[in-house]
Ligand binder design. Sequence first.
Ligand code: APR
Ligand code: PHB
Length: 394
Amino acid sequence: MKTGVAIVGAGPSGLLLGQLLHNAGIPNVIIERQTPDYVLSRIRAGVLEQGMVDLLREAGVAERMDREGQVHEGVELALSGRRIRVDLKALTGGDTVMVYGQTEVTRDLMAAREAGGATSFYDVPDVELHGLKGEKPWVSFTLNGETVRLDCDHIAGCDGFHGVSRKSIPTHALSEFERVYPFGWLGLLADTPPVADELIYASHDRGFALCSMRSPTRSRYYVQVGLEEKLEDWSDERFWDELKSRIPEDVAARLITGPSLEKSIAPLRSFVVEPMQYGHLFLVGDAAHIVPPTGAKGLNLAASDVSTLYRILLKVYREGRTDLLERYSPICLRRVWKAERFSWWMTSLLHRFPDTDAFGLRIQQSEQDYFTSTPAGLTTIAENYVGLPYEPIE
Ligand code: APR
Ligand code: PHB
């Protein structure tokens, strides 16, 4: 078998890259470890930056998002009961975010790929990458009991943090940067109307909480929990009580609770690998970097990587500009590190760290006060939250 770009992983990175390339007439094949149903069962974040919204439109997969997604012009911070609205639109000169679940983005991309007739293989557990530094790379895997060899020009490693792509690069060729946080997020999804029209990020003595949403009838809430916490100890009732204790009283009084559709605990981590390219292999999205979810940057960073790789590959296939390939990693990493910084900073600003002393707490309060009481502080939050600009490829 032969293709142009072999894409490992059918998460949002792989599917969006595949769609853009397919529309441009660049042949590509997606190979995914899980089944489509499994991929669609994962509940992830739901805030899209303008850059990602534009890219989904460019890929021709934005019709349902434009119909059902909600444009948000602001977010709210609740800092020990004090409430501040960050007016994203006014502070950035017109930028907003789109609330539309990652699961729905994935569903739309899968449907478009199927409709367009591009090749995807699901339920493939044993992908291996070969010839990354050779003349031409190839990918091998088992299909219906037979070993398949897929020859290609380039490999896009879109297989997430635990995928095979990053692990196929010799460790001496990579530098890894990591921060593990001493807490996680317990998330709950419910078919209840959201408690507010905009997202509320709450910092409280008992810990961080977030009120988010998927639609006018579906809510997503989170509370910061210790790493030792076990899901089975968190009944829905206990979750709702804890959430109410951390958000402003009038908001808590309005909260409509209901049975959880999903509940899970996710640890928080920052991670970056450098470089994001090894020979013919390009790491995209979670395969190359992880951010803590505060600020909702994970999916959006995946989209900016996809945009960069797509624009480079267009020039490679249309104009023979293979010189651009080595620009992929430095271009991506500049934006990646800025989003890493913002996600780390929002996390530090809003969470309770178990080992913080009285001095550290006062500094945190003062930082919250400073950033929310000056136009400069609010603008820096707003411009990062809506997403920094995508970098041009040349
Ligand atoms: N072979 C094939 N596919 C694999 C392999 C493998 N060895 N390992 C993992 N995969 C698949 C996973 O099953 C998953 O469907 O790769 C896909 C990776 O998808 P994501 O983890 O969603 O990563 P990505 O597409 O980069 O999406 C961006 O950023 O912060 C997050 O929530 C955000 O998940 C989103 C991500
Ligand atoms: C979510 O809706 O799941 C969500 C929103 C904003 C975040 C993180 C998660 O910062």
